[in-house]
Design a protein around this ligand. Sequence first.
Ligand SMILES: [Zn+2]
Length: 156
Amino acid sequence: MKTETFCGEFEGALPFRQGLFLINPDGSGYLMGNRCQLCGVTFFPRREFCIECYQRSHLEEVKLDTTGTLYTFTTVFRAAPGFKTPYMVGYIDLEKNGVRIFAPITDCRPEALKIGIRMELVFGKMNKTPKDEIDKKQLTYQFRPPRQPSNRKGFI
Ligand SMILES: [Zn+2]
């Protein structure tokens, strides 16, 4: 499997698992899934075979949507060792691919979340106390409510 190298603000970062996502130099990026060309089902993370028709040879790599709808969410107060609490997680239904993604939620307070709101993909550090230098560089995917456009335009 190829090794991702990131640039821009994520230069030197490492994905917490190879092959999950790619990041553009401007910091935007996308999750990598695969799609069965026979039955049309899309998977994330990628699978070795289609769990609908069990074919291995017709899976194509696809870039997934970067926006979706919040299906549900919760706040985690008790976590595995090393994870800082509280933090939020949720399921996001991607708009075009028909994929439901489980992901950390970032950049907002729980009160800002509501089932059905729009969410966008972002990348950031793992919510984990690093054990070594590699841990410090680890990067993951997350979702957040889209930032509101600045309303300063037009004000004097
Ligand atoms: Zn299939």
